[in-house]
Unconditional design. Structure first.
Length: 116
């Protein structure tokens, strides 16, 4: 059985080393684009005190939280040692320049602002 995917944006809609927030099921999902055009998605809450990761600085495949500078791995959501914690990651894929999120991970709700 294949996964259900929800298209949320085109890759060009997110600036390099930036992020875009998609709201779904009461959660904000931060979708990041690295300098190398890799795409990652994490719940937009820092595992420290809930800072908005989408407003952090993307460097390589990590983002630095804007509140207290914890460094979060974009692929796993894990905080870099010595900090401990993890922001849940959302499965994402890119097809022909379009960004798709795993519908199951979104809680079954079509995110606001998702492409029709
Ligand atoms: S809330 Fe992110 S480092 Fe403190």
């Amino acid at each position: 059985m294949g996964a259900d995917w929800v298209e949320i944006a085109g890759i060009e809609d997110i600036p390099r080393r930036g992020a875009r927030v998609v709201r779904s099921g009461g959660r904000d999902i931060a979708v990041f684009r690295t300098a190398d055009d890799e795409i990652f998605a994490l719940v937009n809450r820092c595992p420290h005190r809930g800072g908005p990761l989408s407003e952090g600085i993307v460097s390589g495949t990590s983002v630095t939280c804007p509140l207290h500078n914890w460094v979060i791995d974009l692929a796993s959501g894990a905080a870099r040692e010595p900090d401990i914690g993890c922001a849940p990651s959302v499965t994402v894929r890119v097809t022909q320049g379009r960004i798709l999120l795993d519908a199951a991970a979104l809680g079954g709700n079509r995110p606001r602002g998702a492409a029709a």
